[in-house]
Design a binder for this molecule. Sequence first.
Ligand SMILES: *Cc1c(COP(=O)(O)O)cnc(C)c1O
Length: 424
Amino acid sequence: MYLRTFPGRVLHGFLRRGLAASGKTPGTEDAAARGYYNTGGAQQNPGPAGAAHVRLVDLRSDTVTKPGPAMRQAIAEAEVGDDVMGEDPTVNELQKIAADMFGMEAALFVPTGTMSNLIAVMVHCRERGDEMIVGDLSHLHVYEQGGSAQLAGVHATTVPTLPDGTFHLDGLESKIRHGYPDPHYPRSRLICVENTHNIQGGRVLPLAFLQEVRALAEQYGLSVHMDGARVMNAAVAQGVPPSTILQHTHTVSVCLSKGLGAPVGTMLAGPRDFISRAVRCRKALGGGMRQAGVLAAAGKLSLQEMVGRLEEDHRNVKTFAQALLDCQPALFAVDMAAVETNILRFRLRDSTWSTRDFCARMGEVGEGEEAALGQGIRVLMYPHFGNSIRAVWHLGISPEDTQLAIQKMRYVASGRSKENVRAQ
Ligand SMILES: *Cc1c(COP(=O)(O)O)cnc(C)c1O
């Protein structure tokens, strides 16, 4: 017993001392300075813990969902086989369902969205030094550690991401290289778009934009890959099947582990020869999983049962956004036209109030709060790009949770305005 617990305790001690010595999570301040949401935020927003009478509304991300009873049962009962040998029936079924749904020839189950995007880049940009064009605020460019350069030897050039997640087409066209095989230049191979756009707050790319990007790509012999981590949210918001969106792209990556509620997994889809090559890349990257049917079973439920409920997330976001706008005193700025799916971005109108402080107050139960509200409410959100705050709705957040978040927001706002009056 002693021998078994001792190393754990020692390790724990080291970790605690290490953190105490540095006084912060490594990278926390850099992330804040860059203005992207702070994934080191576990520290400023201590995770889901606390007293039982404290209600928690976790709006940090739609990745925090946990599988419910039906999904756990599907996982428990999944038929499995060795998927590296192509013999897992549940994985094969999931891949067929995804391909049909997306209007693509084939699909591949991969562990994460990051690996899925990397595989897509590797297959589209096959020669070392090939180049892709990405939005400067795209997930691929900002949050994936430059994996396409690190691991695939692919050069990226950026176009400015506009507030609605699109680019200027002439700016895009100006980034296409024409010099190949002149040894000075890389060769343009790929254009990546992101739908819905994460950093820009869940913006849905207009179909006309996708059509124009595709036409431009065809003109220059390039491919179009969509980082469609949340493309099902886009489809629901536009009221179209995903295949209507994806007819404009050659390949797509769709996360099962976000709003669709699976614990793990992403679908990569495209032409059959693309997927054959993707299978090779996935194995090289260590993503060839064996009895992956236990995960694919959850993914099947995600695609078959969970798409319809995204609408509910979109409704809840709008309810909260409207409450921010209606809040008196008017402390919040929200562009309602930009609230399209399950991600909300908003700003504080009072420039002396930091987004960090606001998020900290939303995330803690302050003195007197339980008496004022009848219970403690912790609402977790992240400070985000461009001095905004980001909140994300998902299947763990009911209309009632949304009302709790509104109640807390009003409480924090009124506390702030009392402070302001006192300061005058
Ligand atoms: C979450 C996300 C990814 C990456 O997915 P992981 O499974 O977390 O690796 C890629 N692109 C976008 C737009 C995302 O939101």
